[in-house]
Design a protein around this ligand. Sequence first.
Ligand code: AMP
Length: 298
Amino acid sequence: MTGLPTGLPVVTTASDLAAHLEPMRAGGGTVGFVPTMGALHDGHASLVDASVAATDATVVSIFVNPLQFGAGEDLDAYPRDLEADVARCAAHGATVVFAPTVDVMYPDGEPSEGGRILPGPVDMSLAGPLEGRERPTHFAGVAEVVARLFRIVGPCRAFFGQKDFQQLQVVRHLVAEMDLPVDVVGCPTVREPDGLARSSRNVYLTDDERAAAPVLYRTLQAAAASVAEPGWDRTAVEATMAAAISAEPTGHLDYAVVVDPATLHPPEAPQPGDELRLLVACRFGKARLIDNVGAVAG
Ligand code: AMP
């Protein structure tokens, strides 16, 4: 165990984490868990706040998981600043930071299909569309690391951001499928004052791209208002979203869709009052940004 200047313990192995949590567990306390890849911002901090409010001890993991990056993605360039991250965790009342190395998480090397602890791929109907189409190995890598982290941390509750809505649904499915005794809590997206969702990848944006990026949330809000109108048409709403985002010369749209939140596929015969999810993904230079909002069908 190491202590950075904040005094908040930072542990790097499963046994050190278990030893650290043992007295609290023995007393019947609940463990909250916030998995992250570091480069922490106010969005992550809101998850820590939610965990601190709801549980007796909060573990924040900081691990840039190679398994969820595809070839040619930003694994090496991904921003890392452990000291600042630990200070932020301390300021928000976390109990312990778990910052394992790749060797700790994958002692036998990065697992290929055969070496994974998951019995099989996560339900491809959730992991397949949207991000999964663009990043085919991404959710298998997320599911694997989340399953391993849950095994090490043993949380009662785990806190995930709605900003990564598909990830949240994949994790919920994983927990149900593996029958894990973890309550998965989805927390609201924290935004900049102009609406841009907080993201560790926002640091990649140039000034021009940063100025253009709030188009994503503006477009999602307008589309949420459209689908709340009686007689709305999904194809027309999606086309309007695509046109609004594509009007920004620095943006390159991947998708702009209206889906059923349970399936992540287009809603079948939506009825007034049905819950919908609107999601977008767009590249601005080196940053690939995603965002989404909930809506209710008119
Ligand atoms: P990451 O470090 O990007 O893997 O994210 C770790 C957790 O923080 C995930 O559950 C994300 O959904 C969540 N998160 C990231 N950005 C935000 C945000 N702007 N608001 C709320 N949660 C977020």
